[in-house]
Design a protein around this ligand. Structure first.
Ligand code: ATP
Ligand code: MG
Length: 391
């Protein structure tokens, strides 16, 4: 084995979350992300997780990319393996970190020794490697307090490893450690970002999409499934519950005042999402709503739509500007798909003058003529579940 990946674990150490379950969940998530990239061994020691390839057939570049998207990891480095011998370690530093050593002005060497039978102490080895590197790179000066580059040396039971400072990881908490939520995924920019943000807090997601065929096309549905697929490197594999929504919308067009159409429609979304949440043990709903972005996203409208569910509605992008949401969408890789020009169910029968600030009781009155339970049940019974595998 030539190389491995070292992961630095995140905030559970500080938050007093159950450390063992954090590590177990993270490890299970890591194994799943490494699926198809070769045989790896993954284990955790002292808030670092080691991802070791079992043979040369492993796709290390693929694993590196995958590990950057695992929530619960704050930093990661690729480490080069070598013999447990001071000369071999020095050579590995020169070969593997040569570029960084040539560019930095100040550095230090830090050694960790798991193998206590190694004949030098950590300090002796750091001094030896540091001294040699200092001599061979005239640009370098030792600075033990604020070095530009830290050369890490690890002596493990079966090999030594060298690596530079970790790169930033995805942060957050391992998906699944904070329960499950139902995320309402439209084809827009905001809801994939909202889903990402809640998954980052350790929440496993079930996705729901309301589909208004034939008013919205199969391409529009495929786009949503593609968005879900793009989220899987962050969220893990996903189930998308595709809810037939046409019958409800047609019923609302017939029997509901036009100005309240959007609000009543959104209340149906919440009721159906809650029914799905009950079936899959989810404890919250997630939306991409953003305060003031559109007519149905005033505080009054949020009160009205939230009133039909007893679950908390998590709206992680509620206080963000569009540019901030777009920046995040680009970072996580969903933006280009989100802006593909397919219609969404919300653009079907859009009222000309939507009510921005519904009065208490008004929406309930508008729903009085509807058989709400039957409409919700029919929609739930018609759900198509699509499994979206890891991208
Ligand atoms: P987005 O960019 O996420 O589509 P938006 O700014 O277009 O959001 P709305 O269309 O008002 O806002 O939708 C608000 C939220 O309601 C969405 O972020 C999403 O969570 C949910 N939603 C809207 N339409 C659908 C749909 N067809 N299927 C599932 N969820 C939806
Ligand atoms: Mg939308």
């Amino acid at each position: 084995m030539n190389e491995m990946i070292l992961l630095k674990l995140g905030e559970m150490v500080l938050k007093g979350l159950n450390r063992r379950s954090f590590e177990d969940k993270l490890q299970a998530n890591i194994y799943r992300r490494l699926n198809g990239l070769g045989q790896f061994r993954v284990y955790t020691r002292q808030s670092a997780t080691y991802v070791e390839p079992m043979d040369d057939a492993c796709d290390m570049d693929g694993a590196w990319e995958a590990m950057k998207k695992v929530f619960g990891v704050v930093g990661l480095s690729r480490a080069k393996a070598c013999e447990k011998d001071p000369e071999a370690i020095l050579t590995a530093c020169r070969e593997y970190l040569g570029q960084r050593l040539a560019e930095a002005r100040t550095f230090k060497v830090e050694t960790k020794r798991a193998d206590k039978t190694f004949p030098m102490t950590s300090i002796q080895l750091s001094q030896y490697v540091g001294g040699e590197l200092d001599e061979s790179y005239p640009n370098l000066k030792v600075d033990v307090h604020h070095p530009e580059l830290t050369v890490h040396v690890e002596i493990r039971d079966y090999a030594a490893f060298v690596h530079a400072d970790p790169e930033p990881g995805a942060g957050g908490l391992p998906v699944g450690i904070n329960g499950r939520a139902v995320a309402l995924l439209s084809g827009g920019i905001d809801s994939p970002v909202a889903s990402y943000m809640i998954a980052k807090r350790g929440v496993a997601l079930e996705m729901v999409h309301f589909f208004s065929y034939p008013y919205t096309s199969n391409e529009a549905k495929d786009k949503v499934l593609e968005l879900a697929r793009l989220l899987t490197p962050w969220c893990g594999h996903l189930t998308v519950h595709v809810v037939p929504f046409t019958a409800i919308q047609e019923e609302l067009r017939r029997n509901c005042p036009e100005s309240l159409f959007t609000l009543v429609m959104r209340r149906f979304m919440m009721r159906i999402a809650q029914a799905i949440a009950e079936r899959c043990g989810a404890k919250a709903l997630v939306t991409g709503e953003c305060l003031g972005q559109v007519a149905s996203q005033t505080m009054e409208a949020m009160t009205v739509t939230g009133a039909v569910t007893s679950l908390p509605i998590l709206r992680p992008v509620v206080g963000m500007d569009k540019e901030e949401i777009v920046r995040l969408a680009r970072k996580i890789g969903t933006y280009e798909t989100s802006i593909l020009p397919y219609e969404d169910c919300c653009t079907v029968f859009t009222p000309r003058h939507p009510r921005l600030r519904p009065l208490p009781g008004e929406v309930e009155a508008a729903e009085a003529n509807l058989d709400i339970d039957a409409l919700v049940r029919a929609a739930v019974d018609g759900i198509e579940r699509v499994q979206v595998r890891l991208a």
